[in-house]
Design a protein around this ligand. Structure first.
Ligand code: GLU
Length: 397
């Protein structure tokens, strides 16, 4: 099994209450210390880590010596108020040993759903990361009321991940991934290591919505997966109980990896998707279509014909022979050179051009698959409308 963390720079790690807090003994310090070491090692290696941590309510209940069983809303909120301090203090102590500062960020649903507050929260998180601090995030349980709260940190973590354009979201919990059926109900259930996209079949494997009693069950994890992968963030579900839980992922311990869908997120890709005027078109074969769909670059070998007049850096359409659109991208060659190398294997490209050249006709970073174009266009339209509204409001006020 390969190292699933490889190639992911900005990572959100969600930690479930049961990993952190023991009903009798309180905070699981040894475990948390091992997580702290993992985080320090990863940030030392150039990665940025954000933690979404549950455990405030569980910890508060313990500190306030509250009885077992369900609590009223205000009791839960009181527990969260007390527990959150303990939680933050522990993170700050443990990460502090490695010279890392901890930034406590408590969010309510409005902070991720309302655009102006969203932008504000996003800027704060980005600044913390720039300064090398580790944001430790939780829902602001003391003020969030039932109708207007996430209630589960799986989905909160997914929203945070998309907010900061994270490459990867890791859900550390008490299950080591997705199974073909809930393993508690079906002993023949098989573990699924990789999910390409969250189809209705995948959703069905998480169990019927009605059978999900606990918050943070597999269903909310799949919901989180839809949020994350739909915005270009990959997601891992794995069991977190073992010490050094992030090293365990790198070692290849059992986990389910959900690949990010082709939806672009970088400004560059937005720009490509939003571009209306295409300078030319590249007609590609089915092999190239398959390669593009799986996230690869468009190689000269896959190009059947070149149309239009364009320069290197111009936006071009990539279509099938019947003209149906596959993707949009930025040409790495001008039309004249593109014609010379169309259909050639990578080894022949430089010879045909008479200079050292790359084989990619359109690099994968410069590509947006067309099924994603509509989604991005809609997003951009909303963004523009909101910015206009904000500008109009500002001018009036
Ligand atoms: N925000 C809650 C807490 O810190 C946890 C929610 C969850 O477990 O998903 O206690």
């Amino acid at each position: 099994m390969s190292n699933l963390l490889q190639g992911h720079r900005r990572i959100v790690v969600k930690i479930g209450s049961s990993l952190l807090v023991d009903r009798e003994r309180g905070m699981k310090r040894t475990w948390l210390e091992s997580l702290g070491e993992d985080i320090a090692r990863l940030t030392g290696g150039g990665r940025q880590i954000l933690v979404v941590s549950s455990g405030a309510i569980a910890m508060g209940r313990k500190l306030l010596k509250m009885p077992r069983g369900p609590l009223r809303l205000e009791e839960n909120q009181a527990a969260a108020a007390v527990g959150q301090i303990a939680l933050s203090r522990t993170y700050s102590e443990i990460l502090g040993r490695h010279g890392l500062e901890t930034g406590q960020v408590l969010l309510t649903i409005g902070d991720t759903e309302e655009r102006r507050r969203y932008l504000n929260a996003r800027a704060t998180l980005a600044t913390l990361l720039d300064m090398g601090a580790v944001p430790v995030i939780n829902e602001n349980d003391t003020v969030a009321t039932s109708e207007i709260r996430y209630g589960d940190n799986d989905r909160l973590a997914a929203r945070v991940a998309t907010m900061v354009d994270a490459d990867l979201l890791i859900l550390l919990s008490d299950v080591d991934g997705l199974y073909t059926a809930p393993p508690a109900e079906d002993p023949a259930a098989e573990h699924i290591p990789l999910v390409d996209s969250i189809t209705p079949e995948i959703e069905a494997m998480a169990g019927a919505a009605g059978s999900e009693l606990s918050r943070g069950g597999m269903k909310t994890k799949i919901d989180a997966g839809k949020i994350a992968t739909g915005s270009g963030t990959a997601m891992i579900i794995t069991a977190g109980q073992r010490l050094y839980p992030l090293s365990a992922i790198e070692r290849g311990e059992r986990a389910t990896m959900f690949l990010a869908s082709g939806t672009p997120r970088s400004a560059r890709k937005r720009w490509i998707a939003g571009h209306l005027q295409m300078a030319g078109a590249l007609v590609v074969d089915e092999g190239a279509v398959a390669a593009l769909t799986s996230g690869k670059s468009l190689l000269a070998a896959g190009v059947a014909s070149v149309h239009g007049v364009f320069s290197r850096g111009d936006p071009v359409l990539i279509t099938r022979a019947d003209g149906s659109e596959v993707a949009r991208g930025i040409a790495a060659y001008d039309a004249e050179d593109a014609r010379k190398i169309a259909g050639l294997r990578s080894s022949a490209v430089s010879a045909a051009l008479g200079y050292e050249a790359r084989a990619a006709m359109v690099h994968r970073d410069d590509l947006v698959l067309s099924h994603a174009v509509e989604a991005v266009a809609a997003e951009v339209a909303v963004m523009i409308a909101e910015e206009r509204e904000a500008a109009a409001g500002g001018a009036a006020g």
